[in-house]
Write a protein that binds this ligand. Structure first.
Ligand code: ADP
Ligand code: MG
Length: 330
């Protein structure tokens, strides 16, 4: 059976059945709006991302379950980047009429599984037929105490620049898929099933350890550029200290190629944040908690971004930080 057989309302009824509403959601799926509680005094965070088949994903490269999981994770990652706690997600889908019901169910399983892992409830959405590609629009809401909100605008000269996890794995997997090679499974997981760093984001926010934060979706150089612009500062980055995974170094033995990918590759979904000198001690305790946190540079007052080698010499900036428009393969 396909969507054509089940119908829009049949599908919504199935989604509704699969969901149970938590205490902070007095009214979830089924009415004209969802009605949710925000903890007293907290700010409501809202973010949305559109994923279009052929632009952001290919159905022959991913399972529908992973697609569902990733659609949630990339939105929750934005909540994490503000220091927030995820609360609700809303799911808009444009489904090709011949999209098999088993695929729809696999996709929904992925959405609900990931939402559950992040503590977010599916609170509503919209369902349409698409005359062509599969469309997925996820909106995520979260909340954060106002004094813990972490924006892109708080970096100050003298702050250290840190990144979580390892860089470039997802972009390498994508590059391999584009070249017709099957990526090594750890790299493929980073691309198809990224993890939003919610726990880390909350720890940094609640502990007042970071001054600015962003999640890495478009590549380190571009995303750091957003922090620099919003904060009115510049930065020095140390390419030799970029955190690289074992599989990445194995597939890509040349150091320059590794660093180029770590600097420009998209879809890492790691957190990039700046840490004032007085808070760096507090960070050490977090770093030991499993996910590596690596100091990769420092904020300076002079505008612009410079790459510095270990001996202090200036390195050229690679071009080609991911640009959404004008890139045919994304
Ligand atoms: P309306 O026409 O008033 O927007 P709909 O018939 O589109 O109502 O939706 C009915 C209910 O089902 C709403 O609560 C809506 O949020 C929910 N809903 C519709 N599609 C989805 C979906 N893909 N995922 C989750 N909830 C959905
Ligand atoms: Mg509607």
């Amino acid at each position: 059976m396909s969507l054509a057989g089940l119908g829009e309302f049949g599908l919504i009824a199935r989604i509704r059945q699969a969901v149970s509403d938590p205490a902070d959601l007095p009214l979830g799926i089924g009415d004209d709006c969802a009605a949710a509680l925000v903890p007293a005094g907290e700010l409501l965070l809202t973010t949305t991302d559109l994923l279009i088949e052929g632009v952001h994903f290919r159905r022959d490269w991913t399972t529908v379950r992973d697609l569902g999981r990733k659609s949630v994770a990339v939105n929750i990652s934005d909540i994490a980047a503000m220091g927030g706690t995820p609360r609700q997600i809303f799911l808009g889908v444009g489904l090709p009429a011949d999209f098999p019901l088993t695929e729809i169910e696999g996709f929904l399983d992925g959405v609900l599984e990931a939402a559950g892992e992040y503590g977010a409830a599916l609170a509503g959405g919209d369902t349409c037929r698409s005359p062509g590609p599969l469309f997925i629009s996820v909106t995520a809401q979260g909340s954060v105490p106002p004094q813990e909100l972490l924006t892109r605008g708080g970096a100050r000269p003298g702050d250290a620049i840190y990144v979580s996890g390892t860089l470039g794995d997802s972009a390498l997997a994508l590059r391999q898929l584009q070249a017709g090679t099957l990526p090594q499974s750890a790299l493929a997981r980073r691309h198809h099933d990224p993890q939003a760093r919610v726990t880390l984001g909350r720890q940094l926010a609640a502990g007042h350890l970071a001054s600015a934060m962003i999640d890495l979706s478009d590549g380190l150089l571009g995303d750091l550029g957003h922090i620099l612009t919003a904060s009115g500062v510049g930065a020095r980055l140390f390419p030799d200290s970029l955190p690289l995974s074992e599989p990445l170094r194995w597939v890509l033995p040349e150091l320059l190629a590794q660093q180029e990918l770590a600097l420009t590759g998209g879809e890492d979904y790691e957190l990039l944040f700046t840490v004032p000198p007085a808070q760096q001690g507090g960070l050490a305790a977090l770093a030991s908690a499993g996910l590596p946190l690596t100091r990769i540079g420092e904020i300076v007052s002079e505008p612009g971004l410079k790459l510095l080698a270990a001996d202090g010499s200036l390195l050229p900036l690679p071009s080609g930080s991911f640009k959404h428009f004008g890139s045919a393969d994304r």
